[in-house]
Design a protein around this ligand. Structure first.
Ligand code: PEP
Length: 246
């Protein structure tokens, strides 16, 4: 049976004092019967790592460069993250796809760079509302995942995939457990065609997950946990979601 994984995506939120309070609250609420991690903004990663030393809480970044090093002002490489003991890195979040014009291939290249440094990429896929309404959900998520499968080949089994319908992110509008499960089943079938280890892979759901809807989402056969945005910023809310994953 796959162990559940719950990852908090702080996005561009937080501050030194607020982060310390949040992490202390999480440590106090744990340990959880699920793997739990937080993905913080770059400047805070060192402090987050120190705060979580010896704790059963992992941490990660929200993006990385596809490049190893060089003249890429503002970018952070996977090797830099690895140097600090980073475990996870989110790639292809819909906000980066939309606001930074990240292509499917760039997302796949970032996942490849992460794996090269033994980080676990959390690869986000998901359709917009217009795409869902046009009946394109399956085609869109398959296209996004296909670029990653093609680029990583047999290493695809080492990634975590997060299905995050864009229309559900930060909107308070969640996919129903049935809607989410249908897409997760589709993604697992696509992964199965690429790797015999698809049954061992974690597929997370993200999009307005809250304490009161988490359990029904996580109860679905192919939903192995969540990628949590807004509700990961308050220790009590995030802890309740982590407990729902047990
Ligand atoms: C996210 O940003 O990955 C996310 C799922 O956000 P929210 O939980 O706020 O919808």
């Amino acid at each position: 049976m796959r162990r559940k994984l719950v990852v908090g995506n702080w996005k561009m939120n937080g501050g030194r004092v607020a982060n310390a309070e949040l992490l202390a609250g999480l440590v106090e609420a744990g340990p959880f019967d699920a793997d739990v991690a937080v993905c913080a903004p770059f400047p805070y990663l060192g402090e987050v790592a120190l705060s979580l030393q010896g704790q059963r809480l992992g941490w990660g970044a929200q993006d990385c460069s596809k490049h190893e090093s060089g003249a890429f002002t503002g970018e952070v490489s996977a090797s830099m993250l690895a140097e600090f003991g980073c475990r996870y890195v989110i790639v292809g979040h819909s906000e980066r796809r939309a606001l930074h014009a990240e292509s499917d291939q760039l997302v796949a290249d970032k996942a490849k760079a992460a794996l090269a440094h033994k980080l676990t990429p959390i690869v986000c896929v998901g359709e917009t509302l217009a795409e869902r309404e046009a009946g394109q959900t399956d085609a869109v998520v398959k296209r996004q995942l296909s670029a990653v499968i093609h680029t990583l080949a047999h290493c695809i089994s080492q990634v975590v995939v997060a299905y995050e319908p864009v229309w559900a992110i930060g909107t308070g509008r969640t996919a129903s457990p049935e809607q989410a499960q249908a897409v997760h089943a589709l993604l697992r079938a696509q992964l199965h065609a690429a790797t015999q280890k698809s049954d061992e892979m974690s597929l997370l759901y993200g999009g307005s997950v809250k304490a009161d809807n988490a359990a029904s989402l996580f109860a679905q056969a192919d939903i192995d946990g969540g990628l949590i945005g807004g509700a990961s910023l308050k220790a009590a809310d995030f802890a309740a979601i982590c407990k729902a994953a047990a």
